[in-house]
Design a protein around this ligand. Structure first.
Ligand code: 2M8
Length: 432
């Protein structure tokens, strides 16, 4: 394992800031130098969360830059392209062709997919932790209508199952691209071949799946990013517990921020109730939430870190919370590894400690589960998650993800959400 001398909190905080400064383009933070040269949706939003206690202006700039890419449908894209890097990442703007779609913004090039709708929660987090209430209140008023439009988009265009949940139409929309829960829906697609980022494949990705990722994106693009096509013909439509758990948390946040924005909280309160009921009715089985493939009607048998997403709901019934905490602490997840939280249950045949989202631990999901534990007064679990996550970055640096057994770093170095969320986790111990 690649280890380094453990650094103290102050030095770790300084290192985190220098990563975030180096990854700043002037208007947003890229996930990592080299591999990811544009603004990614949930990466930026985690950066905003991490900066909330320390730099309201930059946290706000991050969200405003992302939302400058919002389509008039309300969809918040998963990538906002940085013009200087144009085709440095595949699939770049020439594949997505957002500029040809009337709903996309005029001056900004984006992808045509979305990612977990974390922005409501991030705005609430900023409001709660800011040291500049006036600036934060102005940001809430400015961003609120955009997040309301995002919410309407998910409610109308993405309830493909008709049961009150938002469906994702591509694994990239989950943020957990290579998760084994997409294996069955992907394998049901016809086999295709594309040259896809070949230099990275040996390391973290499954070759044939990536060919299908590209073909799936092209099919959606060629439909004109059409909502009716998604509902009736698109071959990939999945209800994901993490995506919907995050959506619920953002609805809760929008309800709480409504008075500040002069808006009515009631629609968001109702959305929270509706999403909770749908999660329990449609995705709960055998003591945990599962993904539902709307095309086959099947629940995925594989349990991943995403299955704990609905724990972000403060109103989740206590027996369900107890079931999830038991599973999370069991040898299927945290109980058998040194570092939280493996992205796939380790007894699953698909578990692989070295492949993206099929085993490694990630800071962003650790942060979400720590938040969920805190919401449900699981103080011990929250502490273990916080301390274990900080141990990862102290030992291995701000890597993209980590081996859950020995804590060694994997993927990109100087990864922005790992740096930003470290700042948030350190806030308990380091004075601003
Ligand atoms: C990874 O996803 C991108 C596609 O969006 C990729 O594999 O190229 C995921 O880890 C995703 O969660 C993340 O947002 C993105 C940028 O860090 O990289």
């Amino acid at each position: 394992m690649e280890a380094r001398a453990a650094v103290d909190d102050v030095a770790l905080g300084r290192e985190a800031w220098s990563v975030l400064d180096a990854n700043w383009t002037g208007s947003a933070t890229v996930p990592a130098p080299g591999l990811y040269p544009h603004q990614w949706n949930w990466d930026s939003t985690f950066v905003a969360i991490g900066l909330s206690r320390w730099d309201t202006r930059r946290a706000g700039a991050e969200l405003l830059s992302l939302l400058a890419g919002q389509w008039s449908t309300g969809m918040v894209p998963h990538i906002v392209f940085h013009p200087a890097a144009a085709e440095a990442y595949f699939p770049g703007p020439s594949v997505w062709r957002s500029q040809d779609h009337p709903a996309s913004p005029n001056e900004v090039l984006t992808s045509g997919l979305t990612q977990p709708p974390l922005q409501g929660l991030a705005l609430w987090w900023m409001w709660r932790h800011t040291t500049d209430r006036e600036m934060a209140a102005a940001l809430v008023r400015r961003l609120y209508p955009m997040l309301a439009a995002q919410h309407d988009y998910l409610t109308t265009a993405r309830d493909l199952g008709g049961g009150g949940l938002a469906a994702i139409v591509h694994p990239w929309e989950s943020g957990m691209d290579d998760s084994p829960v997409w294996d069955a829906p992907l394998e049901a697609l016809p086999q295709v071949r594309y040259a896809y980022r070949s230099e990275g494949l040996a390391d973290g990705h499954l070759d044939s799946h990536h060919d299908r990722y590209v073909s799936l994106a092209l099919r959606y693009r060629d439909s004109g990013y059409d909502a009716t096509y998604l509902r009736e013909d698109h071959p990939f439509a999945v209800e994901d517990p993490m995506f919907n758990g995050i959506w619920l948390a953002s609805c809760q946040a929008l309800a709480e921020l409504a008075p500040l924005a002069g808006a009515d909280p009631q629609p968001y309160r109702e959305a929270v109730e509706r999403i909770r009921a749908a999660l329990l009715e449609r995705l709960w089985a055998d003591g945990v939430f599962h993904t539902r493939d709307l095309r086959s009607g099947r629940l995925s048998p594989v349990c991943t870190v995403g299955c704990f997403g609905p724990m972000l709901d403060p109103g989740l019934p206590t027996e369900r919370v107890a079931d999830l905490v038991r599973l999370l602490e069991s040898p299927r997840f945290m109980g058998a590894v040194g570092y939280p939280v493996p992205s796939c249950e380790i007894r699953a045949p698909q578990f692989d400690r070295s492949r993206y989202w099929r085993g490694p631990s990630w800071m962003n999901t650790n942060w979400l589960l720590r938040r969920a534990a805190a919401i449900h007064d699981q103080t011990g679990l929250a502490q273990v998650l916080g301390a274990g996550t900080l141990r990862l970055v102290r030992q291995a640096g701000f890597r993209e993800c980590f081996d859950p057994f020995d804590g060694s770093g994997r993927g990109s170095r100087d990864f922005s959400w790992s740096a930003a969320l470290t700042l948030d986790l350190l806030a308990d111990t380091v004075d601003p």
